[in-house]
Design a protein around this ligand. Structure first.
Ligand SMILES: CC(C)(COP(=O)(O)OP(=O)(O)OC[C@H]1O[C@@H](n2cnc3c(N)ncnc32)[C@H](O)[C@@H]1OP(=O)(O)O)[C@@H](O)C(=O)NCCC(=O)NCCS
Length: 327
């Protein structure tokens, strides 16, 4: 398949405040050894109280625009993957549009949990292929620590905040998105969700007392589904690209748990040195995880021009996605 659109700039932002495993030892009954061994996480970044998801998006977006050589006025669409937006409405993308001064851009959010960035990237690819959009800013950003139950050691050690962004435009024919695959299974939604605050469980004192507005997760089940779905999605995207795992220079998987990352790489037969890992420093930043990793890998020289990258993600819903990109 011929590339249709390509990434011409990336950027990321994480808040300055760091929460270490030692800090968490003071909050819940856990230990640095348990967290490192079972998740691979050493520390994560936590947003400031007065910092919004849109603020993180704007900083990541500005960095991506700077690298692309464009200005915000060049954008004709902003797509943000987030489930922890500033407000229930309007979309967080609206505040990013005004914050960046992207006066010519339409703006919308996508709710696909950790898969939000790749869902957005695939949507951008299609919009560019339609010929109606030229420059699209896709951002994944999450303030999951805002819906974390800090009394639940099963979940509170896992998540961090941040944003990652990419500017996408039509391919030059040699680089870009070669193939993609999206999937979902709504029958498993309750294994990872925050069920309060919407129409199903409207805001009430009772709902808040039951902590339904916070994140609930069946960790073991999520783990097993994540490995299977990420491998399946990766193989489907590779097959659409008429490629095998051997053709991949760098695997950028969702950073949810080092054991999920390692199991995915192993099942795909991609050696460890070709798998990008930064979960130790950021934890699971949900929809921000993949674009933060892409930007970091580009800036530190691990992801070089000409490389073929396989990126794959799994998230609440369940949702999953995989994209093969030549950089
Ligand atoms: C959450 C997760 C790290 C738990 O690891 P696990 O190896 O599956 O651990 P288990 O759930 O089997 O729990 C093992 C024990 O550790 C305990 N435990 C859980 N969290 C702990 C913590 N932070 N510190 C210490 N002990 C903990 C459990 O209570 C359990 O104790 P018990 O046997 O006395 O009941 C792991 O299941 C996971 O990463 N799941 C996927 C999560 C994810 O990626 N979510 C987002 C998807 S996008």
């Amino acid at each position: 398949m011929k590339p249709r659109s390509m990434i011409i700039g990336t950027g990321h932002y994480v808040p300055s405040r760091i929460l270490t495993n030692a800090d968490l030892e003071k909050i819940v009954d856990t230990s640095n050894d348990w967290i490192v061994e079972r998740t691979g996480i050493h520390e994560r970044h936590i947003k400031a109280d007065d910092e919004n998801t849109s603020d993180m998006c704007i900083k990541a977006g500005e960095r991506a625009l700077q690298q692309s050589g464009l200005t915000a006025k060049d954008l004709d669409m902003i797509i943000i993957g987030t489930v922890t937006g500033d407000m229930r409405f309007p979309a967080t993308a609206i505040f990013v549009q005004s914050g960046l001064g992207a006066v010519n851009a339409a703006a919308l959010d996508i709710s696909a949990a950790c898969s939000g960035f790749l869902y957005g990237l695939v949507l951008a690819d299609g919009l560019i292929a339609s010929g109606k959009y030229r420059y699209i800013l896709v951002i994944g950003s999450e303030s999951l620590t805002n819906m974390t139950n800090w009394e639940d050691r099963n979940t509170c050690v896992l998540f961090g905040d941040g944003a990652g962004a990419a500017v996408v435009t039509a391919s030059d024919g040699t680089r870009g998105i070669i193939s993609s695959y999206l999937g979902a299974d709504g029958t498993l939604a309750k294994l990872l969700w925050a069920p309060g605050g919407g129409t199903a469980n409207p805001i009430s004192h009772e709902m808040i007392d039951k902590k339904l507005h916070l994140l609930h997760m069946a960790g073991k089940e999520v783990f097993l589904h994540a490995v299977k779905a990420m491998c399946d999605a990766a193989l489907k995207a590779l097959s659409l690209a008429e490629m095998s795992p051997d053709d991949i220079d760098l695997l950028i998987p969702h950073q949810a748990n080092i054991r999920i990352i390692e199991a995915t790489g192993k099942r795909l037969g991609i050696p460890k040195e070709k798998v990008y890992v930064n979960i130790d420093r950021f934890g699971n930043t949900s929809s921000a995880s993949v674009p933060i990793a892409i930007d970091e890998a580009r800036r530190n020289g691990i992801l070089k021009p000409g490389m073929t990258c396989l990126t794959v993600v799994f998230g609440g819903g369940f949702t999953w996605a995989s994209v093969v990109i030549k950089f």
